[in-house]
Design a protein around this ligand. Sequence first.
Ligand SMILES: NC(=O)c1ccc[n+]([C@@H]2O[C@H](COP(=O)([O-])OP(=O)(O)OC[C@H]3O[C@@H](n4cnc5c(N)ncnc54)[C@H](OP(=O)(O)O)[C@@H]3O)[C@@H](O)[C@H]2O)c1
Ligand SMILES: *[C@@H]1O[C@H](CO)[C@@H](O)[C@H](O)[C@H]1NC(C)=O
Ligand SMILES: *[C@@H]1O[C@H](CO)[C@@H](O)[C@H](O)[C@H]1NC(C)=O
Length: 337
Amino acid sequence: MDLADKLMNVIVITISLLALFFLHQYRFLNSLISTARTLFKENLTGKVVLITGASSGIGEHLAYEYARRGARLALVARRKRRLQEVADVCEIIGSPESVYILGDVSNIDDCKRFIDATVNHFGQLDHLVANAGVAPVCLFEDYDDITKASPAIDINFWGSVYSSYFAQQHLKKSKGKIIVISSCAGWVFAPRTAFYNASKAALISFYETLRIEFGTRIGITIVKPGFIDTEMTEGKFLSKEGRLEVDREMRDVQVSLMPVESVEKCAKAIVESARRGDRCLTVPSWMETTILWKVFCPEIMDGWNRFMILGPGSSYRDSPSKKILHVVNEIKQLLLP
Ligand SMILES: NC(=O)c1ccc[n+]([C@@H]2O[C@H](COP(=O)([O-])OP(=O)(O)OC[C@H]3O[C@@H](n4cnc5c(N)ncnc54)[C@H](OP(=O)(O)O)[C@@H]3O)[C@@H](O)[C@H]2O)c1
Ligand SMILES: *[C@@H]1O[C@H](CO)[C@@H](O)[C@H](O)[C@H]1NC(C)=O
Ligand SMILES: *[C@@H]1O[C@H](CO)[C@@H](O)[C@H](O)[C@H]1NC(C)=O
């Protein structure tokens, strides 16, 4: 056993190092292929797209981008009024037909119902966009009842999985795609987001495995947005009591000075990426390079995270991330009349 291990060490390390020599050529080939994919982007005219969490934020704007490209839409969320308005706008800006279906993605029966309803109505399904999500923001040790954190996993993870489960047979018929909205914000301002981070990391692992299982039958694009200008970054978090509440002060602590990307740009990048059939997309793209910090000096990232978000004080109102934001805002007000 010991010998086998030693042998493997030598073989694997040698092969890996040799492979590095071809990295450059491999990347070049890859960029050629991705250019080719840009030339043969999917034509969305008349395609049927189901979007969960379409009543606000990224989901709402994804609906508009799909509508502009002529797709037929099924919009799912829990707020009826908002969905109705989004569906109306979609038809005005170019969708031949947009319907909305009320549903809670954490409920398996709802997921079956909205997938069936979509296919019964339109006769097909081409894209499933698993976008619905909530962000619990609370320190692990501050929960009085830990079960109040479970909606995060039920909605973010199981909601996407249930929808994909019922959609797969229809997507195979249309050689369709699943677009899943994960996150890459987790490593920047990590404290208080353990459950959010876990639910989004689970999505990445799950869909990377599904991609291998499905092969060319169903395309899978995993999207990792950074901070995007939506109700979530306005401070709509899942409280420790398990309720969706807007907490501006907590927002200032958790998001602070991080640049927040426009939701329109983000949605446009996602739809174009889905049309190309990308494996992964990070928006804004610079977020991807900052991962290097996490890889090469994780200790510094962790320390920085702890210091900025938790700070030396006992109350989150004293966190350095919030103080810095306050100072910068004061300066801005002085300089910009
Ligand atoms: N904003 C960011 O900075 C950011 C960064 C990374 C990832 N993301 C991800 O992007 C996705 C969209 O978030 P957003 O930023 O656009 O926030 P948002 O404006 O709060 O939108 C969340 C959407 O999800 C829906 N939703 C929540 N719970 C649901 C449930 N149980 N069943 C069905 N729909 C549900 C909401 O609609 P109803 O309340 O009407 O049901 C709403 O349409 C989320 O998965 C989020 O984690 C966002
Ligand atoms: C996309 O498809 C529609 C109908 O299937 C067709 O009318 C249109 O010309 C196509 N657009 C492009 C750019 O190929
Ligand atoms: C979760 O947090 C860890 C630690 O900060 C980070 O390395 C990882 O990228 C995050 N994952 C997601 C999906 O945000």
